[in-house]
Design a protein around this ligand. Structure first.
Ligand SMILES: Cc1cc2nc3c(=O)[nH]c(=O)nc-3n(C[C@H](O)[C@H](O)[C@H](O)COP(=O)(O)OP(=O)(O)OC[C@H]3O[C@@H](n4cnc5c(N)ncnc54)[C@H](O)[C@@H]3O)c2cc1C
Length: 474
């Protein structure tokens, strides 16, 4: 059996998507690599995600007759970020996206039919099954010489050279024992966000303190803390928001139970309306699920129901899983009835009000003007709203949850961590959700997995290529 190493070229902390990409890229560049994972399993948030990657101007889009361009994608990213992102990081994403997409496919990741999601002006979601995505990459990790991965191995602190100028390794707690692991070339932080840290949610987004947290179970901001301790700058902390569309698995019981998984479903981008406990609409359902998330938190009990008909159910698809309405119907989380009165009764809404809401909405769709909330499209400016009038009808009780935090360590285009003085910290890299500066004040669906893969690869490659300062002391 392999014993835990004392020293490798590159240490990667966190075995989600960014960590797998960083570790593989570093090993493929010839470095010896240790991939550390704090929990008992690989995958983090990545393995429970929707599985959607945002890429523009791809062969898959062209084959589906979708006209897109990198410029349009760049505009969408800036628009969603509300101008708060680092334009250089966006350009780096665009420049490397096709290579990353191809690299993932070459490593066995299967992409499904392109689809529409939140904040994209054309269908740009390249769906994967997240379990297949991570299993394919993990099989590569297991098979790559010079790359070892360690579960139950929590990095706790970064080690530095005596003058503090260079990161030289990490301390790791494994089986209750602290070990020192030297990194001869670099350390890559890929510890994900902090959705599971009540302390950080309270610090950066107190309004989300009562929202369910569904990110990876080990996502408690450890990388942020380790970077901070060395003076790393932190970006986008003011923009942590919840995500709308998360199942309430045992409705009307609002609490989750041990073993529950979150189901993120978005029938609204297929034409569903969203109503509150008064059976009334409260938003333009085409807006981003982040905006809908904030609006839902303001509704009674933070509950909002997606209401749709058979036409929309017929569009159910297994990938991206946000469109897998049938799967969630089979689990009993979507309720079904032949008429609206009976549908309302399945979740305790007032039937007459729900009927009136639908009647009004359908009249608005027929007239081409949504007089209540100005909905013009299915989502992100794409597609036309449809009347909801074909029985049977469906209703999905859902809420807003903290899935991802999308803020964190400042990095440059080489994925080097940058300190509060704007200087890169020698030997320290970061990628994925542990980093800030890319999403700014908003979020384009699919860009988090895209970012994890693209910058994970950049970080791994650059760490592997780095020459440590000569004569450094451990
Ligand atoms: C339900 C859900 C749906 C989503 N859907 C999408 C989607 O469709 N498209 C999209 O782009 N984004 C989506 N996201 C967001 C996206 O999944 C994440 O932003 C992305 O997976 C982050 O990848 P990562 O590798 O940075 O982090 P993660 O995949 O979260 O991996 C981080 C890993 O680091 C480990 N770790 C933490 N601390 C330590 C430590 N001290 N030592 C060792 N290991 C540590 C964690 O246990 C974890 O395994 C979704 C998120 C959720 C929760």
């Amino acid at each position: 059996m392999l014993s835990f190493p004392d020293s490798v070229d590159v240490v990667v902390i966190g075995a989600g998507l960014a960590g797998h990409c960083a570790a593989l890229a570093a090993a493929e560049a010839g470095a010896s690599v240790a991939l550390l994972e704090k929990t008992g399993r690989y995958g983090g948030s990545s393995i429970t995600a929707g599985g959607s990657f945002a890429f523009s101007n791809t062969e898959a889009q062209r084959a589906a007759g979708i006209q897109d361009s990198d410029e349009l994608f760049e505009q969408d990213l800036h628009k969603a970020a509300n101008g708060k992102c680092d334009p250089q990081l966006i350009r780096t994403y665009l420049r490397h996206q096709h290579a990353a997409h191809a690299w993932l496919m070459e490593r066995g990741v299967e992409f499904h039919k392109v689809s529409l999601s939140s904040s994209t002006s054309v269908p740009r979601t390249h769906p994967t099954n997240p379990k297949q995505l991570m299993a394919a990459l993990h099989a590569r990790v297991e098979a790559t010489p010079g790359l070892s991965w360690w579960s139950g191995a929590a990095a706790t602190r970064l080690m530095t050279s005596q003058d503090g100028g260079e990161v030289t390794g990490v301390t790791v707690v494994r089986d209750g024992v602290e070990k020192k692991l030297q990194a001869k070339r670099g350390v890559v932080i890929t510890t994900g966000g902090f959705s599971r840290s009540p302390r950080f949610i309270e610090k950066f987004a107190p309004e989300l303190a009562t929202a369910p947290a569904w990110g990876g179970e080990g996502n408690t901001g450890d990388g942020l803390i380790m970077g901070w301790a060395l003076g790393a700058d932190v970006l986008d902390t003011g923009y942590v928001t919840g995500t709308y569309g998360i199942s309430i698995n045992h409705y009307p019981d609002l609490k989750s139970r041990p073993g529950d998984e979150p189901y993120l479903r978005m029938a609204n981008y297929r034409g569903a309306i969203v109503v509150n406990l008064d059976a009334k609409r409260f938003a333009d359902e085409s807006v981003s699920y982040k905006k809908l998330g904030t609006l839902t938190l303001a509704q009674t009990n933070a509950v909002a129901f997606q209401v749709f008909d058979q036409k929309i159910m017929d569009q159910s698809a297994v990938a991206p899983n946000i469109n897998d309405f049938k799967g969630v119907l089979e689990l009993g989380m979507i309720r079904k009835a032949d008429d609206l009165q009976a549908l309302a009764a399945t979740v305790g809404l007032d039937g007459a009000t729900l009927e009136a809401t639908l009647k009004n909405y359908n009249a608005n769709v027929a007239s081409g003007v949504d007089r209540e909330f100005g909905r013009e499209t299915l989502g992100g400016g794409f597609g036309k709203p449809v009347e909801i009038n074909t029985p049977p009808f469906y209703i999905f009780p859902c809420t807003t949850a903290v899935l991802s935090t999308y803020c964190g360590l400042r990095t440059d285009t080489d994925a080097r961590v940058v300190n509060v003085f704007g200087e890169s910290i020698a030997g320290l890299y970061a990628a994925g959700e542990a980093t800030g500066g890319f999403h700014g004040a908003g979020y384009v669906s699919g860009s988090a997995l895209g970012k994890a893969a693209i910058f994970g690869r950049i970080a791994g490659r650059n760490a592997a290529a780095r020459v440590a300062a000569t004569g450094r002391q451990q």
